[in-house]
Design a protein around this ligand. Sequence first.
Ligand code: NAD
Length: 489
Amino acid sequence: MDISSQEIEAIVKQVLDRVRPAVPAVSATPAVSAYQKTSSPAVSAGIRGEDGVFERVEDAVEAAYQAQRVWATRYKVEDRKRIVEAIRVCARAHVEEWCRKIVEETRMGRYEDKVEKHLATINKTPGPECLTTEALSGDHGLMLEEYAPFGVICSITPTTNPTETIINNTISMISGGNTVVFNVHPRAKRVSAECLQALNRAIVDAGGPANLITMTREPSMENIDKMAANPKIRLMAGTGGMGMVNALLRTGKKCIGAGAGNPPVIVDETADVELAAKKIYEGASFDNNILCFAEKEAFVVEDNYDGFLYNIRKAGAYLLTPQQTESLARICIQQKNGEYTANKDYVGQDVAVILKQIGVAVPADCRLAVCEVDKDHPFVLAEQMMPILPIVKCGSFEEAEEAALAAEHGNRHTSSIFSKDVYHMTHFARLIETTIYVKNSCTKAGLGIGGEGFCTMTIAGPTGEGITCAKSFCRRRRCMLADGGLRII
Ligand code: NAD
């Protein structure tokens, strides 16, 4: 078949038009891009979402897939930085609204603590600046290793930190060049959708592509299964309980799992008990103890026991009698398949609401109840996520260590110690092996909330990424320029 040069030119033009996305090369100025004015590839294919919220999971994945191709190839790291900054500005402007709505929708936690948690997340989640390049120059050339995107990530979020996790995961994941399809917790789906839509609008206003983050209006387990089976999803990231993490691990897909904790704190015989009591009161009552990393049980060495009990009451805690403790345990803790679990009706409730169930009234400013129990008590073994702190008297530091290790259930999530003995601090750290280990402060200090270091809402203990950031959601790729390379020596 003979084809004229004009025909060849027309065919080439047609092909180029098809493969060239409707996006201009991105400039450093936050101008409205042509991408916004024209419809996105996903939308032009008949897939419609409302600022990232879709009815069908297939459409949410497709839109995020199309956005990722553009995000990774047409936007520079500088653009990522600018868009992450726009996300921070947008989230800051909505903090109070979202925190109020979370309390209304989930009926858990404390508004003022949620504000503090959001601000830590917004201000202290690292952006693309943490993606460092490794370079090696030698006689045989130049080697570069960089953090490259996975592609589209499915992110599953918990009810305890719904919008915090969306903000944190969005910053971390898109900083790495990925896009995200969220499957949010059904108990927080409305506020999660509002947050996601606001962030998407901010991204587009800053010149970014539409649908960098998407979700389905109705989250479901079925959607998670569909995403696990969809080849366009390259990574599953889940933040929540161990049931969910184990389900992700069984999918056979690369996954990052951030699971349950039950953080023990040891107060040894050398500790400053006043400081310990004050910090443990603060940490264990923060957001009514729904945080996976909050102190859940205290093991106090007997030489310091009375002093600790005196000081935690002085800090504001209500001390339950043995009878009250047992009445409360009966309603707050359930036993399923030989394991103690929290009664969800009381998770994250104010201490006044919980204690009212057993006819106890506490002052309005009381944030925490404490009880004296032995190391095998259900309040110690269950991850109860309520402002009730069981305190166990231990004959020695070694006894406290063993009890703490058992209570943590091998989650290797978070633990802490109040001590002035360096040997004790080091020994417990080696024994307990938790991702977060805090000495002489609240455990939240380990996430940069009142401590040094960056913040995350996805602490990936089971799969080992630890305190996640943009790096955690990237692939390491190597580029090699052979012999001669760029050497100047
Ligand atoms: P959850 O496990 O009930 O729900 C978390 C998410 O997983 C939700 O989106 C839910 O719909 C989904 N899910 C639940 N079971 C699933 C299954 N079998 N298969 C697939 N998906 C499933 O947890 P929650 O009540 O929302 O949050 C509290 C739990 O999460 C606590 O155990 C807490 O310690 C943990 N948590 C861990 C971290 C961390 O960073 N490690 C952070 C927050 C919360």
